[in-house]
Design a protein around this ligand. Structure first.
Ligand code: ATP
Ligand code: MG
Length: 256
């Protein structure tokens, strides 16, 4: 099983879009589980558009993290990909839990118990540093960091790298990371940001996901990308890059 956490502390940096279409291209290579760890529940809406919030009130990512539900109770099959749904009440997690350690251990235990069932796990995270982010970073073998062209891009990336370093020292587990440029144009301003990103040591910058109206509209309509289209190919290449980046020796569960 290979676990990819999609993260960037900056809001609106294409995390959910990346998690959705990467999950789809990974699911063509092996059974995939998607975990929605953002209270905005964009992935839950995409994969389970007809879900009634009442039906998951006591079976969702929050109840899993708190040890109140087992992993088999919270997984729902959706669009060929299984999903652990999120809920607005995740916003209360920081008040209910005293720290992220227990939650991280619960998530690790949950993934260990399904490791023979899934080839890939993709986790979407919130655009801020919260306990759920720490837990999602903790279980990741690869932290995929989508970066969009804004004047805050490099600062936001550095904040996330700090967060990853803290998680590594907290749990003594080393993480692999990669940048995924999204929505970059040809302007000098955009290319300069990209060049600065590439100077950050030890973290590879992957092939760009282009700005595309069809990525935006298809995602909003809860549809997958058209097979063979340019955006579809971009995520297909991304799936191969992601698989290659995760060391085949680093089999889940990792030590730590
Ligand atoms: N490659 C792309 N081409 C065009 N639009 C895109 C692309 N990637 C993302 N977008 C659009 O950018 C916006 C932000 O994307 P998304 O919701 O995935 O970001 P996010 O990081 O998950 O945001 P949040 O922090 O709020 O969770 C959305 O409107 C999405 O449709
Ligand atoms: Mg999102």
């Amino acid at each position: 099983m290979k676990v990819v956490t999609v993260s960037n502390i900056k809001g609106g940096s294409a995390k959910s879009t990346t998690a959705i279409h990467l999950s789809e291209s990974l699911s063509r290579r092996g059974k995939t589980l998607v975990i929605d760890m953002d209270m905005q529940a964009d992935l839950t809406d995409f994969f389970l558009p007809n879900l009634s919030p009442d039906s998951i009130e006591d079976k969702n990512i929050m109840t899993l993290l708190l040890g109140k539900s087992s992993v088999s109770e919270v997984i729902i099959p959706g669009k060929g990909i299984d999903i652990i749904p999120s809920t607005l009440t995740l916003s209360k997690l920081v008040r209910i839990a005293s720290d992220s350690f227990f939650l991280s251990q619960q998530l690790k235990k949950a993934l260990e118990s399904v490791k023979s069932k899934y080839e890939y796990v993709v986790i979407d995270t919130p655009g801020s540093a919260k306990y759920e982010l720490t837990s999602a970073l903790y279980v990741a073998q690869l932290v995929l960091i989508p970066v969009t062209p804004s004047k805050w891009a490099i600062r936001a990336v550095n904040l996330l790298l700090d967060e990853i370093a803290q998680t590594e020292s907290l749990f003594s587990a080393k993480k692999k990371s990669a940048f995924l440029p999204c929505l970059f144009g040809a302007s000098k301003k955009h290319r300069d940001i990209l060049e600065r990103l590439k100077t950050i040591e030890e973290i590879p910058t992957l092939n760009e996901i282009p700005k595309s109206e069809s990525i935006k509209t298809k995602t909003e309509k809860n549809e997958f990308l058209k097979k063979g289209s340019n955006p579809w190919h971009a995520f297909d290449i991304l799936a191969d890059e992601v698989i290659k980046l995760i060391d085949p020796e680093s089999i889940f569960p990792f030590s730590g």
